[in-house]
Design a protein around this ligand. Structure first.
Ligand code: ADP
Length: 366
């Protein structure tokens, strides 16, 4: 178990590809940190630099108290679990799990003890004599995790470990890895492009884009207070709705105005929006804050009028794909709400959970 510290870490690949730019992050001992972002944003490169599989162009990486910039991967005391499992096909499950210990010249009895213990934790005790090709995807993934556990490393690194599994198995393995983290109480750094995986697993989430950290925060904070339109749009399904318009004044209050509707802005926002009068802004509202049962039942809540284009019943909730005539958006409404495609609805907006963004910088205003 160890703290992992990245200071001003940069990676430039041959051909001048800037994959990671000035990355700064302190990962606490025993923390579960998830790096998330779209494909190509530099997540794997960051993880591989921590593992020592990729040279660092600039900056410093520490594991525990040791600067590991020039320490070879095998001496970094970390274990990595890959997307493709990287199991040896000619070895049994037992041999695959024991392999790293054998290389490190562990005694046979200790190796046996550790493999059995890991196999018990992962529920693969019955499979020890099998070869990887006789295992399901989920079982292979467990073996790959088991091989990492037996080493009792300072930190675990996971590179998209669930992306080869079917949707149901992914959800199951997600909770298993979370439980494993609690049980082993060790530092875990996990890379995924899937924001749901990130939100459900991470103590903290690092959102990356184009090699640059956008925001580091706990899941709820990231969801409630995104720092810019990228984070706001990336975290959450269905994604946040954005409307472009301007800040105006009406009856002594600030309003958000677009072609088809106007919303009075909460007075608590006054200080922040005052300097944006007559300027373009993006209004952002999550689907659950448009047409929610509580807002619908509250009098005097501002509303947006729009036409229903598609109805998606999900069981516990219904998504309405709406169009104002200028903007398409999604509302998450009560599944018992009666409406049909083509209806015009006035949907209540929860303003104090909505946001304004500055389109010039993409940063949040409020
Ligand atoms: P992610 O894991 O977020 O999908 P990567 O870290 O794999 O992103 O890649 C980040 C950027 O670096 C991408 O633009 C990718 O094309 C580039 N890249 C990755 N590996 C190499 C390499 N070996 N040589 C050159 N460019 C690379």
């Amino acid at each position: 178990m160890a703290r992992v510290l990245l200071e001003n870490v940069t990676k430039v690949y041959p051909g001048n590809v800037l994959a990671v730019k000035d990355f700064n992050l302190e990962i606490q001992d025993c923390e579960f940190v998830v790096l998330v972002g779209p494909s190509g944003c530099g997540k794997s490169t960051t993880l591989r630099m921590i593992a020592g599989l990729e040279e660092i162009t600039g900056g410093t990486i520490r594991i525990g108290d040791r600067v590991v910039n020039d320490v070879p991967p095998k001496d970094r005391d970390i274990a990595m679990v890959f997307q493709n499992y990287a199991l040896y096909p000619h070895m049994t499950v037992y041999e695959n799990m024991a392999f790293g210990l054998k290389l490190r010249k562990f005694k046979k009895t200790e190796t046996e003890r550790r493999v059995k213990e890991a196999a018990d934790i992962l529920g693969i005790g019955e499979l020890l004599a099998r070869r990887p090709k006789a295992l399901s995807g989920g079982q292979r993934q467990r073996v790959a995790v088991g091989r990492a556990i037996v080493r009792k490393p300072e930190a675990f690194l996971f590179d998209e470990p669930l992306s080869n599994l079917d949707a149901k198995m992914r959800v199951q393995m997600r909770t298993e890895i979370s439980k494993l983290h609690t049980r082993l109480s060790t530092t875990m750094i996990y890379v995924t492009h899937d924001q749901v995986e990130a939100m459900t697993m991470g103590d903290r989430i690092v959102v990356m884009r184009d090699g640059v950290i956008q925001q580091v925060a706990e899941p709820a904070e990231l969801y409630d207070n995104p720092v810019n339109t990228f984070v706001a749009g990336f975290i959450g399904t269905p994604p946040m709705n954005f409307f472009s318009g301007v800040v105006g004044r009406s009856d002594g209050r600030f309003v958000f105005r677009e072609e088809t509707f106007e919303l009075p802005l909460p007075e608590a926002w006054n200080d922040k929006v005052a300097s944006f009068v007559d300027q373009e802004v993006e209004f952002g509202a999550r689907p659950e804050n448009i047409g929610s049962p509580t807002a619908e039942a509250t009098p005097d809540v501002p509303r947006i009028e729009a036409m229903v284009e598609v109805i998606e019943p999900m069981g516990a909730e219904t998504y309405l794909y709406m169009n104002t005539g200028k903007h398409a958006f999604i509302a998450r409404v009560d599944p018992h709400r009666k409406c049909r495609v083509g209806d015009r609805l006035a949907l209540a907006i929860v303003l104090d959970k909505s946001h304004l963004f500055d389109p010039k910088t993409t940063n949040v205003i409020v």
